[in-house]
Design a protein around this ligand. Structure first.
Ligand code: 3PG
Length: 322
């Protein structure tokens, strides 16, 4: 009966906004903890990019093992679609981490706040979509703000700056390829497969480039500094937080429009920047503070204009021809 149907509605069906809000909250929460813990580990053990993926993949295999979630079968076609997504995920991840290691966490996230700018550039120059001039102008404060912030950033160095920029490019391509790989598979399974393929891309360079240093002094020095138990538990937790915040980000994307997700990602950086400055007691110059604020406000304005344009396009498309 209808009455039965009503009572059998799930909580998520009855309160979708509340559930989406919870997803955003968890995404931010896990990301803030990840960023803080990750930087603390960097200070004594700089070889973490692959560890994040190894722990994440182990977590996926265990969850599939117990059937939570049930593993969705993958075929050749989907594998071909997910491989470029996973490659960009791996590259963006490693580059973000190079930047986190080189400069203050707050500075890496300020540069990463430029990601929507890179997305707009890719829409126009790679996908050939026309981006109106007004939208380009609305990105000016973002570029000015990030430049202001960079010029007086106390922890500035080129490695930190350039690697965060490369991560912006990689994550922009990740979103282009992700759209092509949109399938019927649920987001948790998709992210599990992306993690596995990304790990396969990272392993060979990690073994050949970092392997010798790790064996010679990496592990030894880390254990000497914090002890074996803390070392292992730190690695486990940064991997778990990394995997879970990304999984939550992917689950959130399943529930909201890509633009909402992009704005949400910028807001996430505001929290990370704020908390990392408080926790690490980083000094930031007044100009860097003002520049960061201008950049973030600029991204918000850009996103609003873009949302407005999309709304008008949608209305125009659905209005009956006269
Ligand atoms: C990573 O390690 O991949 C970075 O934390 C990515 O940062 P983002 O998810 O905030 O872009």
């Amino acid at each position: 009966s209808e009455g039965y149907a009503k009572t059998s509605k799930s909580f998520a069906e009855r309160f979708p906004a509340l559930v989406t809000g919870f997803f955003f909250f968890m995404w931010y929460f896990l990301n803030v903890i990840f960023n803080i813990l990750n930087k603390k580990v960097y200070n004594y053990f700089p070889f973490v990019s692959v560890i994040h993926l190894v722990v994440g993949v182990a977590y996926c295999l265990v969850s599939w093992g117990v059937g939570l979630p049930k593993r969705a079968p993958i075929d050749k076609e989907l594998l071909v679609l997910l491989t470029p997504v996973a490659f960009c995920h791996a590259l963006g991840h490693v580059m973000s981490n190079v930047s986190f290691a080189a400069v203050a966490v707050s500075f890496t996230h300020t540069i990463k706040a430029l990601e929507p700018f890179f997305n707009a550039a890719a829409s126009q120059f790679v996908l050939g979509h026309q981006i109106p001039l007004s939208l380009w102008f609305s990105l000016a404060p973002v570029v000015i703000g990030v430049s202001m912030a960079s010029l007086t950033e106390l922890s500035f160095n080129w490695i930190g700056f350039i690697s965060a920029m490369i991560s912006n490019i990689a994550f922009t391509y990740r979103s282009i390829y992700s759209k092509k790989a949109m399938t019927g598979m649920d987001s948790t399974n998709v992210y599990a497969y992306i993690s596995i393929i990304a790990l396969l891309f990272c392993l060979p360079p990690a073994i050949f480039i970092e392997g010798p240093q790790l064996m010679q002094y990496g592990f030894r020095d880390a254990i000497a500094k914090v002890g074996l138990t803390k070392f292992l538990s730190d690695l486990f937790w940064i991997g778990m937080f990394y995997h879970l915040y990304n999984q939550l980000a992917t689950n959130t994307l399943e529930r909201v429009a890509p633009l909402t997700h992009a704005v949400g990602n910028v807001l996430k950086r505001v929290f990370v920047i704020g908390f990392s400055i408080i926790v690490f007691g980083n000094k930031i110059s007044t100009q860097t503070g003002i520049g960061t604020a201008i950049a973030i406000a600029g991204v918000a304005i850009y996103s609003l204009i873009k949302a407005n344009m999309e709304e008008q396009k949608r209305k125009a498309a659905s209005s009956p021809a006269s």
